[in-house]
Design a protein around this ligand. Sequence first.
Ligand code: NAD
Length: 284
Amino acid sequence: MGQIIDGKMVAEHLRKGIAEEVNKLKRETGLVPGLAAVLVGDNPASQIYVRNKRKACEEVSIYSEEYKLPEETAESYLLTLIEKLNHDEKIHGILVQLPLPKQINEARILRTVSPLKDIDGFHPENVGLLVEGNPRFIPCTPHGVIKLLDYYGIEIQGKEAVVVGRSNIVGKPVSLLLLHRHATVTICHSRTKSLGEVTRRADILVAAIGRARLITEDMVKEGAVVIDVGINRLPDGKLAGDVDFENVCNKASFITPVPGGVGPMTIAMLLWNTFSSAKNSKGF
Ligand code: NAD
């Protein structure tokens, strides 16, 4: 059985470090990092994410504000709110919880968030900086994946990395980060032919698909490192990843569980981005 990558433990360790940094910044400069989370509609998963983010902010002494708007909110109202937050000196990070209701143009909203406060790293300017290899804000979930690999001393350079999923939020940015760390990267998606043939090449396999247990034992090379980003709700209410953990764990050298793998890392990296945005805003 492979070693289980304990994201909960690593995230806790990171959050402790962030709390120390935030308190030091406060002591030495009086600056308190601030995060504004905007939630439109009543998607239950989004509500849980936003609540967890607020709790996590409190724990590391980051100031936070929460804006809960009704499902029928007009795009113009949201744009005005974001403009206000862009100019609010207490706020260094703005998070707009996705998905947004259909009357709101997601791309327009993401372009309106000031790139200097775009702690998710979704603004095209920040995407460009990431592609260039000179990121301002690294998207939180992909950043969490790299932090886990580093924490467990897993070498990336020269390795065959296969990423399944090509979303702007996970698949593409995690592929870029692996590329910048000198892996040979292949990106698979819903139209990839013979998926298993490609995934079996992977020394590092990242699954970011959103299909419960799609990655089965026969699709994984003996000794591969398997990172499961997926969070899927099963009919019985339980959570499952994109990887068939029970069987794949016998083949993998390292593997992340769901829950308790990549998930907790996302919030830790969000706190880190808020802290670093606050510092940068004052040139510290
Ligand atoms: P998405 O739906 O935007 O993208 C899914 C990707 O998977 C697409 O690029 C698609 O081409 C690919 N895909 C779909 N079916 C496939 C198939 N049969 N074979 C190969 N590729 C296939 O999803 P996303 O936002 O990237 O999220 C992916 C998963 O990660 C979801 O389960 C989501 O809940 C989870 N997630 C977790 C975190 C976290 O904090 N751990 C953060 C973001 C997303």
